[in-house]
Design a protein around this ligand. Sequence first.
Ligand code: PEP
Ligand code: MG
Length: 539
Amino acid sequence: MHGRPDRISSAESELRFTGISASAGYAHGPLFRFEAPSAKYVTSASPAIETETLKAAIAKATERLAELVASAAGEAADMLEFQLAMLADDSLSNPALAAIEQGAAADEAWSDALANEIAGYEASEDDYFRARAADLKDIRQQVLDALTSSDSVSAPPGAILTGSDIAPTRFLATDWTQGGGIALSAGSSASHVAMLARSRGVPMVVGLGPLPDQDGIALLDAEHGTLLLGAAGDSVELFQSSAEAFIGRRRKAQDYLRKPAVTASGTPVRVQVNIADPADVDSIDIATCDGVGLMRTEFLFGKPGGLPDEDTQYRAYRKVLEWADGKPVTIRTVDAGGDKPVPGFTVDEGNPFLGLRGIRLSLARPDIFRIQIRALLRAAARGNLKVMFPMIAVPEEYERATALFAEEARALTAAGIAHKQPPLGIMVEVPSAAIAPELFAKAAFFSIGSNDLTQYVMAAARDNAAVAALNSVTNPAVLRLIEAVATFGREHSIPVSLCGDAGGNPASIPYLLKAGLRDLSVVPAQLALAKAAIAEAEA
Ligand code: PEP
Ligand code: MG
């Protein structure tokens, strides 16, 4: 759960709720609560009929999902495929069918079976697992709707959808062409819906805390993470001027997209992109960026079919290298664990952020790591590849990882398989590496992971609304470390870039440039805004 949000009453009729922005933007419109109860199911009281009814409802829900998959692409399609795979999994339906044999009605049996699964996911400390609970709730509701033949009511155009958490299929079935937004009392910025909202530009705020059961017009400021109910006068004017300024900045930023990034004082800055799924590059023109500063590979490892084999990985890496057409592509070896658990790979731990994650896990499982290394060595022959290791805390980790690269390269040579040794660098995201960069001078490059570096320096989780104010990259302690790493890199000819989310945040960019950074990697949606912010900065 996110922390308890502030709830400030600034005028008698005005309520302001504060949460976390999951997708920036502004929306004002009627509130629409989407968690209305389904129509009531009438049981036949016959186990044989109930069994058939439940199976038919699962088949109908599967059919509806398959229709949505046909019109979805990229992340949305992946998410729907994930739900389809869950629905096809007997271990989800078997407990419900067993309960029906014992006399339960189909709706009750299905709800109870799913409730157990959902409770397990929700109890997790981990944002990733809580995010998957939303998919299970979605599946539960779709089968219940199929049982009662009820179709969920659509939101009116431009509405602000509220509830505790929103189902991905609800998001996909909503018409966003006339505006609107999402305001959740719980939810997570790591959820599938949050990713979809960011890629479609739908404003979304999570972690707002309990919202009153009231109708009327709401103002959603998903740039700063607030929801205003019953607003009037100055608050409305302020909201409108912020929204206009935001739209203006976005529009103006487009002028910078196709130009190389240069500061107001004429200093060139490299701006690369962060990607995950190779399909992400389909919508990016390589001419608008200086390459890929971070390709996260965890997405390859989290698929329902199990861990990826060498060829699956090789194809994914090669696709991005070919798209980059000679520009650098920095692929990070799998950073499983922490906020990114991978079934069949990561371990259950009390404090996963401080546990067996990133390079620690890869070195603990060389059988899995070597497969990725071989795929990377082969892909290196197809473009300008650089490889980096996540969560490096001590130099021995870098040395052991590079030794594995050398061993696998020798094995590929012996087998006559084309490959190339890429430059090997490190993420600087554990404070030990940022405080003593001289211990890592053998690394070919440094890439500062400001998301993790900030949370470890400030002891404030990156996904907890209650401590969001502490989790600040512009805190002098964090900036001092970033500046020290940038200076060390300059003095020892080690290239330094930054690939955390701060690199794409116009508010942090002036601080990062002042700290000496000249190479940022940002999410594609922030590319234009980042270049515009660089153009205004004096550095
Ligand atoms: C970071 O920590 O800043 C980073 C880029 O890695 P991730 O967000 O994947 O942990
Ligand atoms: Mg990190």
